[in-house]
Design a protein around this ligand. Structure first.
Ligand SMILES: Cc1cc2nc3c(=O)[nH]c(=O)nc-3n(C[C@H](O)[C@H](O)[C@H](O)COP(=O)(O)OP(=O)(O)OC[C@H]3O[C@@H](n4cnc5c(N)ncnc54)[C@H](O)[C@@H]3O)c2cc1C
Length: 385
């Protein structure tokens, strides 16, 4: 494999860096401590994404038919790396360009595309992902939020009742990409509804957390009624659609790049205060860097597969697990050798800490990746019950 970037890719990265330099405020590192889904960062992102759209770098990796430049997976990777290293100034809109837009294009009705794609391409919409429930996280197929089809005064509707939890961005989102149960079949009984968050009967409660204010929520649905046209795909098609969506989502967050940048920042600070001479700190820093590089290589192998038009299989779990190990190691390195960074000595390391402590839980538990690697990559036998 040739690891060098092409001249065009270097130029593309340079264009994004120049944009970031010109459009992130001077106090950005401190500001990003608000957290990725905070009201402050969401308000900033609403203006920032409009500017990205105007500069042609909101979704250049999308195909030309969708209004993109057709630049492809490597450019999506470069774009995501530069944004993520900067603390993700797109806020929740990263989801729009990584997976919601492409999923709408593939499975949406003409009405849904007309309604939702334009605001995404203008940098003006915020979605939330209503998947997890109190008893359905890793075991998502256990979800119980019901959508019952019935006659309404203006035609057929779905009446939704149930609860979601850990929903990022729910407090400010315009629309929820909601998984509901329409029949008792574990997987084929799940149906997606696109639900405007201002629909009567929806209650959002903030869950306080260390990762920034307003980040995660409980969302309650009490007799929430949406027209049948809000259904995304067919009844029971959700499992197929989210498998497609999540492949795009999870490859679109290059967490190892922020971990590596945070490690470099921590080492610079340690050197500046003459605290990088001991063997223990140097060995640990080297171990963290090796984990970051390993995660990077595993992720890049998958990007290359996408470029080659090959299906991405269970090896994406290895890349995700390698990323979790790298993030956790850097978080622990900073806690051990530079704990004052997490007070006020380094807003950047604090921001990394907020993002890093959820590694291996948000977007799916790390242990589930190990299960997939054991069964589908290594084909290990299951213990007899
Ligand atoms: C910051 C953050 C943001 C999130 N944002 C969203 C969001 O926007 N939308 C959304 O729908 N969800 C969101 N989530 C929820 C996230 O997807 C779930 O937390 C995750 O899937 C794990 O589910 P759970 O919390 O129910 O834990 P569980 O599934 O109950 O897992 C608890 C523990 O048991 C382990 N475990 C469970 N099953 C197995 C098994 N079969 N084998 C081995 N170990 C197992 C897990 O690894 C974990 O350590 C978010 C979570 C966080 C932390």
């Amino acid at each position: 494999m040739d690891f060098a970037w092409t001249q065009e890719q270097d130029a593309f990265r340079g264009k994004i860096r120049s944009f970031l330099d010109a459009n992130l405020p001077e106090n950005w590192e401190k500001f990003s401590e608000h957290g990725p889904a905070s009201p402050a960062l969401t308000a900033f992102a609403r203006e920032f994404c409009v500017k990205l759209a105007e500069a042609g770098i909101l979704f250049p990796h999308w195909p030309v038919e969708m209004g993109g430049e057709g630049l492809g997976p490597w450019e999506q990777q470069i774009l995501a790396e530069e944004m993520w290293i900067s603390g993700e100034p797109r806020g929740g809109q990263y989801m729009n360009v990584n997976w919601i837009g492409p999923t709408l294009e593939k499975y949406g009705t003409p009405e849904q595309k007309a309604r939702y794609l334009v605001p995404i391409t203008e940098g003006k919409s915020l979605w939330c992902q209503g998947f997890s429930e109190p008893n359905a996280g890793s075991d998502l197929a256990s979800l119980r939020t019901r959508a019952a089809r019935e006659d309404g005064p203006d035609g057929e509707v779905y009446k939704i009742n149930g609860q979601k939890i850990w929903t990022s961005y729910a407090g400010l989102a315009d629309t929820c990409f909601l998984l509901t149960r329409t029949s008792d079949d574990r997987k084929r009984g799940i149906t997606i509804l696109l639900v405007p968050m201002d629909t009567p009967g929806i209650t959002v409660r903030n869950i306080p957390s260390l990762i920034g204010e307003g980040d995660i929520h409980e969302v309650f649905f009490d007799d929430v009624t949406v027209p049948v046209g809000a259904r995304f795909g067919e009844e029971g098609q959700a499992w197929e659609i989210i498998a497609y969506s999540l492949r795009n989502e999870r490859l679109g967050i290059p967490r190892f790049t922020l971990a590596r940048a945070a490690l470099n920042r921590a080492v610079e600070m340690l050197k500046a205060r003459g605290a990088f001479a001991g063997e223990a700190v140097r060995i640990e820093a080297a171990r963290c860097m090796a984990l970051c590089e390993g995660a990077g290589t595993a992720n890049y192998a998958i990007v290359q597969k996408r470029v080659d038009g090959l299906g991405v299989g269970p090896e994406s779990s290895s890349a995700r697990y390698a990323t979790v190990m790298a993030e956790r190691a850097v978080v622990e390195f900073v806690v051990e050798f530079l704990p004052e960074a997490l007070a006020d000595a380094s807003p950047y390391l604090k921001m990394h800490h907020q993002r890093g402590i959820v590694a291996g839980v948000a977007s799916g538990a790390a242990e589930i990746q190990l299960n997939i690697i054991a069964s589908e990559v290594l084909e290990l036998p299951r213990e007899p019950r």
